[in-house]
Design a protein around this ligand. Structure first.
Ligand SMILES: Cc1cc2nc3c(=O)[nH]c(=O)nc-3n(C[C@H](O)[C@H](O)[C@H](O)COP(=O)(O)O)c2cc1C
Length: 365
């Protein structure tokens, strides 16, 4: 029934067991020192019948942090725990990728290691509040400190170092989080980047940060093993670009030029983790990626097994990601194979600490 979706896939350098991707899912259960939690290897192992597992957004440096209990990959201890996660993913048969993250201005010092403060391309304070454990709820998201040239170079270098750690942990590849209003998107977008130096002022200069980060990442990993995630037309985290189409195309051109292996496109039908109305843009963003980017394409957001099969059969995408479904269905691939209805996940435990709603979802009987 889902012949193509469930069949083995050749994806760049990798032979995958299916065309199904577990996309990055932040679960806010990391330890106090930003090490993945003790149950993370089990949680990811349970989901390793996917062809490709892209581990949750993971911070490249202390100052890259933004939210509570989110993991990092800047210490040896972080790297050692990620190694256990990778081993479990490989044992299950999937390839393992890690999504590299810098929150930029979407951050609160109370969520960061001691002595850190949020930074961003420009002094544009988020209007929406941010959650901290210290406040026990939402609190003001502070004005970011404007990044100096030295800060920018330092952040780029932290992506390079994070790639070295990812390699030491055994990850097959790395994905740049270029979506959803975090630092790469903040540089690329006209409302969050008001700079007039070489990092802003024109669209070409706004996407230069992404270009330089990808250069750093591909200096460690074979470009074929590097990807980028984009959220065209997305307004998550108050992104409001003056020309979202041009911005998306410019980001795709940077991806193409960098030689990286894949682009992972979030269709506008989902904004961050929020369902939106389907529109003609959902097809358009996939078409645009195919036109500008010549290598591989992962489609994400709002797919069902049926629509995924259709898109794959038509050759519109090379792999399909199932995000929210992977929270509550560790055996998603088997359920699709056996046409077992997918379970809903409990949204109240998506981002809460503790075991509940994490590695305790049952497989289908
Ligand atoms: C709990 C949760 C956490 C998420 N964390 C991330 C993340 O770390 N990085 C990212 O790029 N997207 C993240 N997303 C977005 C998903 O990867 C995915 O794009 C979104 O859920 C839409 O796909 P779906 O319709 O298959 O759920 C998250 C979504 C949810 C529901």
């Amino acid at each position: 029934m889902y012949e193509k979706l469930l069949s083995p896939a050749k994806f760049g350098p990798w032979d995958l067991t299916s065309h199904i991707v577990m996309p990055p899912l932040t679960r806010n259960r990391a330890q106090a020192d930003f090490t993945p939690n003790e149950e993370a290897p089990k949680y990811y192992g349970q989901r390793s019948s996917a062809g490709l597992v892209i581990c949750e957004a993971t911070q490249v440096s202390p100052e890259a942090t933004g939210y509570p209990r989110t993991p990092g990959i800047w210490t040896e201890k972080h790297t050692a725990k990620w190694r256990e996660v990778v081993d479990q993913i490989h044992t299950g048969g999937a390839k393992a990728i890690i999504q590299l993250w810098h929150c930029g201005r979407i951050a609160h010092p109370d969520n960061q290691p001691e002595g850190c403060y949020p930074i961003g391309p420009s002094a544009v304070q988020p209007k929406m509040p941010i959650y901290t454990d210290a406040a026990g709820g939402l609190t003001e998201n502070p004005m970011p400190r404007v990044m100096t040239e030295e800060d920018i170079r330092g952040v780029i270098e932290s992506y390079r170092k994070a790639c070295e750690n990812a390699k030491a942990a055994g990850f097959d590849g790395v994905e740049l989080h270029g979506a959803n209003g975090y630092i790469v998107d903040q540089f690329a977008s006209s409302n969050t980047n008001l700079r007039t130096d070489d990092w802003g002022g024109t669209l070409e200069r706004r996407v230069r940060f992404m270009e330089e980060v990808l250069k750093a990442m591909t200096s460690v990993y074979d470009p074929a093993c590097v990807g980028v995630r984009l959220s065209p037309y997305g307004k998550f985290n108050e992104i409001d670009d003056e020309n979202p189409k041009a911005k998306y195309e410019a980001m795709l051109r940077v991806a193409e030029k960098s030689g990286i292996g894949y682009v992972h496109v979030i269709r506008p039908v989902v904004s961050g983790n929020v369902q939106m109305k389907a529109s003609a843009l959902d097809a358009e963003v996939i078409d645009t990626a195919r036109k500008i980017f010549s290598r591989r394409l992962i489609g994400a957001a709002g797919y069902t097994p049926e629509s995924a099969e259709t898109e794959l059969q038509a050759g519109r995408v090379d792999l399909v990601a199932f995000g929210r479904s992977y929270v509550g269905n560790p055996d998603l691939v088997e359920r699709i194979r056996r046409s077992v209805p997918l379970a809903a996940s409990n949204e109240e435990t998506w981002y809460t600490p503790g075991s509940e709603g994490y590695a305790d979802y049952p497989t289908a009987t």
